[in-house]
Design a binder for this molecule. Structure first.
Ligand code: PEP
Ligand code: MN
Length: 273
């Protein structure tokens, strides 16, 4: 394995705690990130924010969307950022959104509390250096064909540029076994990454499965595997969503899932003692 000067446990034995607004992730702090795939309009993001405010720690919503087809909804851009920021402010939750290009890092960092690097950009090294050179925390998603070593080296880029506030995210990878799922969620990534690195690790069962029916079992499995949190897509009207409706939970389902996860996490904590 390539040398991991900064992200490895040899460099730092204790868990890194990443701070997003007032929210902590890692070192025993669990955080749930929830919200729609895309910010669609001001009312949509405000309604969802209000519906999840008591059962999420961070609000998500894409303003710049990396879509496989150029003809799919590309996000609202700057207007979406403003709606997300305002929705977060109204409910008192910090917000995270994806930044897709170097040119937009400053603008996005000014608007939100955490920058997301999407799976498609995990190896965009110029972008990694740029988010490493600013001070907002970074959520780094695993590329669909990236090894864990490659993910850790991408995180290393961000730390090497000066920003140690990085959360790793397993979001499913490409495999032969995708008849029933959009991706294959690699849960072995969680304990492996946590053994090698001090950085917090979260799991995104939404992109990891592509199917809202699979979110609950995968979310439970992720927490049992030791994840520091989850990112889950939530939409009030999944049938009408402009992106990723089929993998989005309705707010009521999301809230009941979080209640179950809180009980599960309490049991897991007891097991540790
Ligand atoms: C997302 O979280 O909205 C997203 C596009 O995820 P990924 O980069 O993992 O596909
Ligand atoms: Mn999505």
């Amino acid at each position: 394995m390539e040398r991991l000067h900064l992200v490895s446990r040899e460099a730092r034995a204790r868990d890194t705690i990443v701070q997003v607004g007032k929210v902590k992730i890692g070192g025993g702090h669990k955080a749930y990130i929830a919200g729609p795939c895309s910010v669609e309009d001001e009312t949509q993001i405000r309604e969802i924010a209000q519906a999840i405010q008591d059962s999420a720690q961070i609000l998500r919503g894409g303003a710049f969307k990396p879509r496989t087809s150029p003809y799919s909804f590309q996000g609202l851009g700057e207007a979406g950022l403003a709606y997300l920021k305002e929705a977060g402010r109204q409910v008192g939750l910090p917000v995270v959104t994806e930044v897709m290009s170097e040119a937009e890092v400053e603008m996005v960092a000014d608007a939100v509390d955490m920058l997301q690097i999407g799976a498609r950009n995990m190896q965009n090294y110029a972008l990694l250096k740029k988010v490493g050179a600013q001070s907002k925390p970074v959520l780094l998603k695993r590329g669909v064909a990236a090894t864990l070593e490659e993910l850790l080296l991408s995180a290393e880029y961000i730390l090497a540029a000066g920003n140690s506030q990085v959360v790793l995210c397993e979001r499913g990878i490409r495999t032969f076994s995708q008849t029933f799922t959009r991706n294959t969620l690699d849960l072995s990534a969680v304990p492996i990454l946590k053994q090698i690195s001090h950085l917090p690790v979260i799991v995104d069962p939404s992109h990891g499965s592509g199917d809202w029916n699979l979110i609950e079992p995968l979310a439970k499995a992720a927490m049992a595997a030791g994840a520091d949190g989850l990112m889950i897509e939530v939409h009030s009207r999944p049938d009408e969503a402009l992106s990723d409706g089929p993998q989005s939970l309705k707010p009521e389902k999301y809230r009941s899932l979080i209640k179950k996860l809180n009980r599960l996490v309490a049991v897991l904590e007891e097991e540790k003692q």
